[in-house]
Design a protein around this ligand. Structure first.
Ligand code: SF4
Length: 395
């Protein structure tokens, strides 16, 4: 009697049972959009950063190894069902087509997660939530090994971690995790400026970032460090850019990813803005800050701007060889007329433009002009506060 729902695909029935559902965490990095999501801890053990709302009000919990293994077995059972359906409906065990259909009419979130992962080739998994390294090393290694044994198509396993936790692990422990199959860690560096880290209650110092980041690099686990553009606000923007570049240059991670500060209700920073303790930068000021950050980077990382909150998502390249190309992208925007800069900013925030060249698409340009007219209630100047509100939809 544990049948929840029967799903029909090409005339064949996919029986979904209560057991075929498991909990998922709220987020993953944009680059893990097609990864299988497995929640190995719940929420964030720190949970105090002023600019973060994701886990506020939620208590951190470790999950037991047995509970996580059970989730992995559930995923395996779903994979087997999709495989079986592929044979029955004449696809000869090829799961991509069936996974696409299951994704479009999934009976629950768990099936959507597994179907999307299979559709994308079934090779990558992301361990949720905010700081997986907080698990005991032997337990985390056991989970990763079990995952790879049970779902052998997985060749890449990644997760979020905090610098401080990485710094506390012995190098040998990180090497043990790499050998177990941990391929990449995503760390929220946010800033390398101590005063700002303290103000934001990040719970780490620049020295912690360097110690944790260097240890991950030395262990052979791939490292992606995230920076928040605009985090310094009016008071600390220049130091934020310069000190962050220094810390990143010391760490020399494989990837540096930027995302732009977006503030919404539920973040302690929201109240700081309301009390005028924190003055936000405009889009154009943030670009100037990003320019200083890139100018000061002295490392071999791949720089990526793949977050929808970034004004110029096209700033991307390998350091140091692509530094001039990236700076030229910023200079190109800054050389536009004030009207065109305003048009591009609104076009990005309403989701019509994705790159600077879109300015020369007549249809898109007209659509943005109409959006400006509407958002400015006819006076053709969109207030910065309106663009801030538009950005809130993205997080
Ligand atoms: S450590 Fe990360 S997840 Fe936790 S509160 Fe800070 S930004 Fe949010």
């Amino acid at each position: 009697m544990n049948s929840l729902k029967n799903m029909y695909l090409d005339g064949y029935k996919l029986k979904v049972e209560n057991a075929h559902s498991l909990e998922l965490g709220p987020i993953r990095p944009p680059s893990e959009a097609y990864s299988l999501l497995i929640r190995i801890t719940r929420n964030c053990p720190w949970n105090r950063c002023k600019f973060c709302h994701i886990y506020k009000g939620q208590k951190f919990q470790l999950r037991s190894v047995e509970e996580i293994k059970q989730d992995i077995l559930t995923i395996k059972a779903i994979q087997d069902k999709i495989n079986e359906l592929s044979w029955k409906s004449g696809y000869g065990g090829g799961v991509e087509e069936i996974a696409g259909m299951v994704f479009n009419s999934s009976p629950n979130e768990t099936f959507r997660n597994v179907a999307l992962w299979l559709y994308a080739g079934g090779t990558s998994a992301f361990l949720q939530d905010a700081n997986s390294l907080i698990m005991r090393t032997n337990e985390l290694a056991e989970v990763i090994k079990f995952l790879k044994q049970t779902l052998p198509s997985i060749t890449r396993v990644t997760s979020y971690a905090r610098s401080k936790t990485a710094a506390k692990k012995k190098l040998e422990e990180l090497i043990e995790l790499r050998k177990a199959g941990l391929s990449r860690l995503h760390i929220g560096l946010e800033s390398g400026y101590d005063r700002l880290l303290q103000y934001m209650d990040k719970g780490v110092t620049a020295a912690d970032h360097i110690a944790g980041g260097r240890k991950v690099v030395e262990s052979g686990i791939s490292l992606c460090e995230y920076v928040v553009l605009g985090l310094g606000g009016r008071k600390m923007w220049r130091e934020h850019a310069i000190e962050t570049a220094k810390v990143l240059s010391e760490i020399d991670p494989d990837f540096i990813r930027v995302r732009t500060l977006t503030i919404k209700h539920g973040m302690p920073l929201y109240d700081e803005v309301a009390n005028s303790n924190f003055i936000r930068l405009t889009d154009e000021e943030i670009l100037e800050e990003e320019k200083i950050l890139i100018e000061n980077l002295d490392c071999h990382s791949y720089f990526v701007s793949d977050h929808i909150t970034n004004l110029l998502q096209e700033i991307e390249g390998k350091l140091p060889e692509d530094k001039e190309k990236m700076l030229a992208c910023i200079a190109r925007f800054q050389a536009l007329s004030p009207d065109e800069r305003a048009n591009f900013r609104v076009g990005r925030r309403v989701g019509i433009y994705s790159q600077l060249d879109d300015l020369y698409d007549i249809d898109k340009h007209q659509m943005v002009e109409q959006a400006i007219h509407k958002l400015s209630q006819g006076n053709n100047e969109v207030d910065e506060k309106v663009t801030y509100r538009l950005m809130e939809r993205f997080i």
